[in-house]
Design a protein around this ligand. Structure first.
Ligand code: PM9
Length: 469
């Protein structure tokens, strides 16, 4: 080792550690509660972590959505907000950043991801059509269904098995997609809904080769591919690490190439793009763009602000550029892996390989004695909160909702998600979290499950209420 090379502690032990490429400038104090306080708060929240007040939460791993810490550059950008009703210069800055990093020609800002899903579904779906996708996402599928489509899951089978170690568990099964084209006719397929790092599968990536093949197959049938690029930056890291030919390519290059295999996309900028609010929809087709641009003024706002303030668009433009920096993505996914590897070393069951944005605990194996009707993943989220004030999210039977006949959809994956906000928590928070999960694991035989006492019609996981059995 030359004397100019860095000497890290890790190096002394024959390994090299990573660290975040930032330091902390401002802190937000956290509340520490007693077990009695948490019992009262959870009861008041109907045993649904979405209904807790954040002031009753210690480490908040509910979601990585809108929970990022913005950089000093982003905060400075907020002061450059051009709050004109029309033609804000921040819109043009965002348009440039999206074009440079995602490659799409025409941009429509939206207030968040589901605003974009709503517009795309209204414009691109004819009632009675099908939308194939690599596993459902809650808001995405609901907007497709409300527009009259039937969603068809065409993800590879491996994605439904938490223990399968396939490196690209987000991939589309081309045989399933081809079979759908043959069964219903390509004219009855609205578009292929492709998502990067598939959220409900455990943050699992799609390979570049798969994106290329999906696009070729869809083009053969005259069908467009639209990308949910919400966590596509994280997907690019997995391609860099796992796919032949990409080890020396930057995240930015991989992202741009991946998007070139799609006809347009949308994003909840509250994730990868490091902002607290915002989203966009962007397409290459001029005619489709004009229709979308007409719809956005009905539901979101003028086509140069889409429900956002100018300052929000500026923060999003800057966040977009920061999000594709290799060091940033490595540290972000590295922190998720740190937590996952610690839990794995204690044999705690979770979705493997560890995904990009969260650890997904396998509640079926966690609570082997609880049938799915007792909501094991919801139970696990409740127990974890009671133990230590850590907030997580159910991603199982409650999130899946009901089918047209009114029966519970029963996903194979019954998961509790520990979602890591970007640039927010330290390694010590990860240690505390891991120890809390271990405590709940050690007490797993005492869990009795929950019963649902209130169920809203749409996206029930947000507002449903439960009682302990
Ligand atoms: N995802 C999440 O916590 C927000 C709350 S749960 C609905 O994972 C994808 C892949 C998402 C997503 C939101 C949206 C919707 C679209 N696609 O929340 O409307 O993970 O900005 O985005 C959440 P918005």
């Amino acid at each position: 080792m030359s004397e100019h090379e860095p000497r890290t502690t890790g190096q002394q032990f024959g390994r090299r550690s990573w660290a975040e490429p930032w330091k902390i400038k401002m802190v937000e104090p956290l509340a520490v509660t007693t077990r009695e306080q948490r019992e009262a708060a959870l009861e008041g929240a109907g045993y649904n972590t979405f209904l807790l007040r954040s002031e009753d939460v210690y480490i908040d791993l509910l979601t990585d959505s809108g929970t990022s810490a913005m950089s000093d550059r982003q905060w400075a950008g907020m002061m450059l907000g051009d709050e004109a009703y029309a033609g804000s210069r921040n819109f043009y800055a965002l348009e440039r950043a999206v074009f440079e990093h995602y490659g799409y020609q025409h941009l429509i800002p939206t207030h968040q991801g589901r605003g974009a899903e709503h517009l795309l579904s209204r414009v691109a779906i004819r009632p009675g059509q099908w939308v194939p996708g690599n596993m459902y996402f809650t808001t995405t599928r609901l907007h497709q269904e409300l527009a009259g489509a039937t969603f068809e899951d065409v993800i590879i089978d491996e994605a439904h098995d938490p223990a399968d170690l396939h490196p690209f568990k987000g991939n589309v099964d081309l045989a399933k997609l081809r079979a759908l084209f043959e069964r219903v006719g390509p004219e009855n397929v609205a578009y292929v809904s492709l998502a990067g790092t598939v959220n409900m599968a455990g943050g699992q990536p799609v390979s570049m080769a798969n994106a290329r093949d999906v696009h070729a197959l869809a083009q053969e049938h005259g069908v467009k591919v639209y990308l949910d690029a919400t966590r596509m930056v994280e997907n690019a890291l997995f391609i860099q690490e796992r796919e032949d030919g990409y080890a020396d390519r930057s995240i930015a290059e991989i992202l741009l190439e991946f998007c070139s295999h799609t006809d347009g996309g949308w994003i909840s900028a509250k994730k990868d793009s490091l902002v607290n609010i915002g989203g966009w929809l962007a397409v290459n087709d001029q005619e489709l763009f004009e229709e979308l641009r007409n719809q956005v003024v009905i539901f979101e706002g003028l086509h140069t602000y889409g429900g956002l303030a100018g300052r929000d668009m500026e923060a999003m433009a800057i966040g977009t550029r920061e999000s594709v920096q290799d060091e940033h993505v490595r540290a972000r996914v590295g922190q998720v892996r740190y937590l996952g590897e610690l839990l794995s070393s204690w044999d705690i069951p979770m979705v493997q390989p560890i995904g990009g944005h969260a650890i997904f605990l396998d509640a079926r194996r966690f609570y082997e004695h609880l049938p799915q009707d007792r909501f094991p993943a919801q139970t696990l989220a409740a127990e974890l909160y009671l133990d230590s004030g850590i907030r997580s999210m159910e991603r199982g039977i409650v999130s899946a909702g009901r089918d047209a006949a009114g029966e519970h959809k029963r996903p194979k994956l019954e998961l509790t998600r520990l979602t890591i906000p970007r640039r927010v928590y330290t390694q010590a928070h990860m240690d505390v979290t891991a120890e809390a999960v271990k405590a709940v694991w050690d007490a797993r035989e005492q869990a009795r499950g929950l019963t649902m006492t209130y169920e809203p019609k749409y996206l029930r996981f947000f507002q449903a209420r439960f009682e302990p059995l």
